[in-house]
Design a protein around this ligand. Structure first.
Ligand SMILES: [Zn+2]
Length: 321
């Protein structure tokens, strides 16, 4: 059994009763609900919508139902373009990323070596700490939703994408701690940031491992699957580097947005039960105690098309049944 057993759903799925009914009404054991404003190019806008949602009566009702059921709420999102508004490029181009051609660009992330922008990100993270307040004090404010987009300026050039991510993550973690005592921040290890950084994490940064480029039809440790071998190649090293305390898995077993290529209407979903079970056993063996999966595109609109989803099966695997 994992201590933290989660599911991550889109923010808009919190304002009708479907997910709340399912999570509280079926004798499930899930105890962490991640709210995820969708990523992509418009992540800063979906964040704004989620911020507005937090002040609605529908959200208050949802949060109260989770609280009564003993389900902790967390928030997971690509937050960098909200923290550092792209409009700042007009007045502060040196805060932004230099591309391979030597041009500053407002597209994706920012310069990781410019003290002014790191200070600005700290301030924004401090403010954000008080807006999306997780019940667990674990925050998940990720950099932009892109496989790899590092700064190529003279100072950043020698830094790997993982090191640039670590610098930005540390700035966010510092700002969060200033905004909320005991706040912790995730280092999202996926795509280019699967390679462990060389820069040390702050004391309040924990590992979040998200193998998005995996083969979803094969267990991660399948012996004859080069794709998955690549995804887990650095996992033990990452765990040793960041430590196992608070380390979290964010996998995709229930992510019907991924299986629908992030386009609505959702496709019919089938849980790869054997894969999920084998992966859970591997994660347990490695020492993870917190495991979640995206569960997007499985809300009310999905149920109207295809009926309910195998949430209880997924729940049972994380619970150790
Ligand atoms: Zn730079």
């Amino acid at each position: 059994m994992f201590r933290e057993r989660g599911i991550v759903i889109h923010a808009e799925d919190c304002i009708n009763d479907y997910w709340a009914d399912r999570l509280t009404g079926e004798g499930l054991h899930l105890n962490v609900l991640g709210v995820h404003p969708a990523g992509g190019h418009d992540a800063h806008q979906t964040m704004e919508q989620a911020i507005r949602m937090l002040s609605t009566p529908e959200w208050a009702k949802f949060a109260s139902r989770m609280d009564k059921a003993g389900i902790a709420i967390e928030f997971e999102m690509h937050a960098l373009s909200w923290m550092l508004e792209r409009e700042k490029f007009d007045t502060h181009p040196h805060w932004f990323r230099e591309d391979a051609d030597g041009n500053r660009t407002a597209q994706f992330n920012c310069c990781a070596s410019e003290p002014e922008v790191l200070e600005y990100i700290r301030e924004r993270a401090c403010a954000l700490a008080k807006i999306f307040v997780p019940d667990t004090n674990k925050y998940y404010f990720w950099i932009d939703d892109v496989a790899s987009a590092g700064c190529q300026c003279e100072k950043c050039r020698s830094l790997t994408p993982a090191d640039q991510c670590m610098i930005l993550t540390n700035a966010i973690a510092e700002g969060l701690e200033a905004g909320r005592s005991g706040a912790k921040q995730s280092y999202l290890a996926y795509c280019a940031t699967l390679t462990p950084p060389k820069i040390a994490p702050r004391h309040n940064v924990f590992l979040e491992y998200a193998p998005i480029q995996r083969d979803h039809d094969r267990p991660l440790n399948a012996p004859d699957c080069p794709k998955n071998a690549g995804e887990i190649a650095t996992l033990s090293e990452l765990l040793a580097y960041f430590g196992k305390t608070d380390a979290k898995v964010l996998d995709y077993w229930m992510d019907n947005s991924l299986f629908s290529s992030w386009k609505r209407p959702p496709k019919e979903f089938h849980l790869r039960e054997a894969v999920c079970r084998a992966d859970a056993a591997m994660y347990r063996e490695l020492g993870f105690d917190a495991v979640t999966s995206f569960g997007c595109f499985l809300g009310q609109d999905y149920a109207e098309l295809y009926g309910d989803t195998p949430l209880a099966v997924y729940d049972g695997i994380l619970y150790g049944e």
